[in-house]
Design a protein around this ligand. Structure first.
Ligand code: CA
Length: 236
């Protein structure tokens, strides 16, 4: 994630500097603009990994920038995080409708902003690497369109559908998409629910326990990596 380009479009100088400072400290390359026109020009020139967009801007406003980012073939995949004032809630809804990926409200804690940025970048990286299809992993078949998981019984040769909750399905899919890759619990929660926020380790543990129970004899497909999280293995 380090070294990735982020464009910040924000007209309030102190907020812009605060955002720049914290992103630079995390090792990102930061390009910023104080108005919409320059913002769009920089986005088109730098092709950043992510855009942080203030809604109320002089000239072209944040919603229009978002619309233009989504309309152009070469920029439409770039995640957009809106930075908004509380009074702009209606605009947030509009912005999400225009394809913004997430939003953060002013005043925000810098740590939260950085976490949201990283979360959006991770989601993007993840979806690019793994298009939605039917995944076959050992005895498991995971259909991410129909949200169905079937498990092959080695003894009978029969396939049975697992009854997983939405969260369990999300967790299992995330793990199985990248066998061998270790995920910490926070990543698991973010990736499986598409949300950021405080991770609750024991919540993940409880879901994993439940998935394992349903996997029965194939429970070892999900390995515990001590003090970190979990990984899907094809060796089971
Ligand atoms: Ca503003």
């Amino acid at each position: 994630m380090k070294g990735q380009k982020i464009v910040v479009v924000e007209d309030e100088e102190d907020i812009r500097e605060l955002i720049e400072y914290h992103l630079l400290r995390e090792g990102f390359q930061v390009f910023s603009a104080s108005d919409g026109e320059r913002g769009l020009a920089i986005i088109n020139r730098e092709m950043p990994a992510l855009v942080l967009l203030d809604l109320m801007l002089p000239g072209i406003d944040g919603l229009e920038i978002c619309r233009e980012i989504r309309a152009a073939e070469k920029t439409k995949h770039i995640p957009v995080l809106m930075v908004t004032a509380k009074t702009e809630e209606a605009d947030v809804v509009l912005g999400l409708g225009l394809g913004a990926d997430d939003y953060i409200q002013k005043p925000f804690r810098p740590r939260e902003l950085v976490a949201r940025v990283k979360s959006a970048l991770r989601r993007k990286g993840f979806s690019e690497e793994e298009p939605a299809t039917v995944l076959v992993r050992g005895p498991l078949e995971i259909d991410s369109v129909r949200h169905q998981v079937t498990l092959l019984d080695a003894e009978t040769g029969m396939r049975a559908e697992l009854e997983l909750t939405a969260t369990e399905f999300g967790l299992l899919s995330v793990l199985a998409r990248r066998p061998g890759r270790v995920f910490d619990r926070e990543e698991l929660l973010e990736l499986s629910r598409g949300e950021s926020g405080m991770a609750l380790d024991r919540v993940v543990d409880a879901h994993i326990r439940s998935i394992r129970k349903k996997l029965g004899g194939s429970r070892n497909l999900i390995e515990t990596v001590r003090s970190i999280g979990y990984r899907f293995t094809e060796r089971a």
